[in-house]
Write a new protein. Structure first.
Length: 281
């Protein structure tokens, strides 16, 4: 089975994520390496890096990062595009310094310029960022989208087209989000739809590029193209999908990370992990 985990807070220091992950019984984690809603982040010092790596070594679970939501590599607006490249360079450099498994990135939205134009711009931007020596060999994980607005990546073929154009293909993987896939029209809530989704992924991208999964239920129906996560079993995907996913040999040892609502008591991830584990009983 995959490695169950959650997106955890780094408040008080990046190394604090491991205490929170341990309290949840996480086998994998996702973190932000800087504020997801600001272009600039706090300087990452060598003591910060050393403390994080020490905690990581003591715990051992795979950790991926999620890029800031502001980044839009497909933006036709010069200022936003430049800021997006600079922001991605900063985050990918942090991921390299911290020794993380990859940086999950929403590809971006073309804002009316067209999918093909957006795909070309994303690929060229990724080339530019990954060519920077300070990013080392850090991996970048493109995330499928729900297809809201002009966002690129709702169809696996669009992610495949980006990868095909990128020079450093060996550094590109994919993070599959279940809520996004469902909202984009992949009927993963049925056995046939589940198998068809992975067959489509394999044909378009190749399962060998699947490196992480976001396990989120959906507040909106199949094909709605709306990105609203729901707690496990409380959305429209249903528990059967998650039960199927948890024992899928294709996902063995991959991070399966929750991004579900925490709720007013901040215990949403704890409840969702308990529910997922109960599906294995």
């Amino acid at each position: 089975m995959g490695l169950l985990g959650a997106h955890v807070s780094t408040a008080g220091g990046l190394h604090k994520a491991f205490e929170r992950g341990a309290a949840l019984g996480c086998q994998s984690m996702q973190i932000f390496v800087k504020s997801p809603n600001q272009w600039r982040g706090k300087v990452l010092t060598e003591p910060d890096v050393a403390q994080f790596k020490e905690s990581h070594a003591a715990n051992g679970e795979p950790v991926v990062a999620h890029a800031a939501y502001l980044i839009n590599l497909a933006s036709p607006k010069a200022q936003i595009h430049a800021a997006s490249k600079a922001g991605l360079l900063d985050e990918l450099t942090r991921v390299h310094r911290l020794g993380l498994g990859g940086l999950v990135l929403h590809p971006g939205g073309h804002l009316g310029e067209g999918v093909e134009v957006g795909i070309e711009q994303i690929a060229r931007s990724l080339d530019e960022v990954m060519a920077s020596p300070e990013t080392g060999d850090a991996r970048l994980l493109l995330e499928n989208t729900a297809g809201q607005g002009t966002s690129i990546g709702a169809r696996f073929e669009e992610l495949a087209a980006i990868i095909e154009l990128v020079d450093a293909k060996d550094r590109i993987g994919v993070c599959l989000d279940s809520c996004h896939a469902f909202s984009a029209g992949y009927a993963l809530n049925t056995q046939d739809g589940y198998e068809a989704m992975f067959a489509s992924f394999d044909e378009s991208i190749g399962l060998e590029r699947l490196e992480a999964v976001h396990i989120n239920d959906s507040k909106h129906p199949l094909g709605s193209r709306k990105d609203r996560h729901a707690n496990i079993g409380e959305g429209l995907i249903g528990e059967e999908f998650f039960a199927r996913l948890l024992v899928d040999e294709k996902l063995t040892n991959l991070p399966l990370v929750l991004e579900t609502p925490l709720g007013d008591d901040d215990l949403g991830h704890e409840r969702d992990l308990d529910r997922l584990r109960s599906l294995l009983a």
